[in-house]
Design a protein around this ligand. Sequence first.
Ligand SMILES: Nc1ncnc2c1ncn2[C@@H]1O[C@H](COP(=O)(O)OP(=O)(O)OP(=O)(O)O)[C@@H](O)[C@H]1O
Ligand SMILES: [Mg+2]
Length: 362
Amino acid sequence: MSAVGIRVERLSKRFEHRVKGQVYAVRDVSLKVEPGEFLTLLGPSGCGKTTTLRMIAAFERPDAGRVFIGEEDVTHLMANQRSIGFVFQNYALFPHLSVFENVAYGLRVQKRAEREIARAVAEVLDLVGLTGYERQLPHQLSGGEQQRVALARAIVIRPRVLLFDEPLSNLDARLRVHMRGELRGLQKRLGITALYVTHDQEEAMAISDRIAVMNEGVIVQEGTAEDLYHRPASEFVAQFIGRTNLLAGRVLSVAPGGIELEVAGQRLQMAGSDPGVRSGEAVRLVIRPEAIELRPTTSGDGLVGTIEGRTFLGEKVEYQVRAGTHLLQVASHDPAQKGAFAVGQRVTVRLPTDGVHLLSPG
Ligand SMILES: Nc1ncnc2c1ncn2[C@@H]1O[C@H](COP(=O)(O)OP(=O)(O)OP(=O)(O)O)[C@@H](O)[C@H]1O
Ligand SMILES: [Mg+2]
């Protein structure tokens, strides 16, 4: 079976709020997941991720908008007619049913023959690594195993697409990282289109082909993890994806070869040209912690700073560096050489000439 995509057109949903009256949980959301693609909706709590997913699955009725699975308009179809597999955060397993019966559930609803059910269940339990667990009850399983059962239950009906709502958030950190690798591998092996919801930016970056960032009911930016990290379209995205420094600056001159900026009292020559800015304009600079370099204070020009905080994280050291009115986040991935900076030490801060992204003042 070849994969089919998901298309959402201008989906909106309002809820009654006791204090605020009618409020939009989701507003005019349009979205396209390509066949076989893994797309993640990423955003803070309450931004409308679950509501969007539930409308696609027909667990929630949209006020406006349309949902397509492949070329088919499924907006007016019920949940069980949409051929969607759904994996919930809390697994939602039937506590009194065995692993086998939990997974078989959707097939029994479809009134499949007993032999066919046995074969299909065995096949998906093998896929998720749970062969031999058929007779266990959910409470006899670890969180990770329960999540695998939920996944097996979602894929056994051979859905056209898979939806996931924070499926890993009840697992401990190690298992979460392990399971997201497995999930991703399985999705690619099955070649099935997946729409995934999380508020965890690292998880989103690790698991997705593309990410759609949501805030307050709308999608604010879509792209690969690299796009969002290196070219955030707004302060919100810059802050939400990874750690960042946002510095106010001013454009001194724009030439074909580069842009000259003033930032933190320093002149900064930026390579390349940014079509969006004009000379004299106020801008904000997005500078990632790993792009800033620290040197012992005697070593030439740059900002003078003082180390205010230092966190050793194994593969990197994170510093908070006070430079004038700015408190900069700096990450050093070369601890053997540069990890020597101590709290209270004076350093020279070298801002990068590339790896700087400009935002217009908003
Ligand atoms: N049934 C409901 N009745 C009233 N308001 C609701 C209902 N469901 C959701 N909302 C509101 O809609 C908004 C979006 O909720 P939603 O559950 O989609 O957020 P979310 O992005 O999934 O958040 P989280 O990361 O916390 O799960 C929230 O403000 C929420 O309070
Ligand atoms: Mg949610």
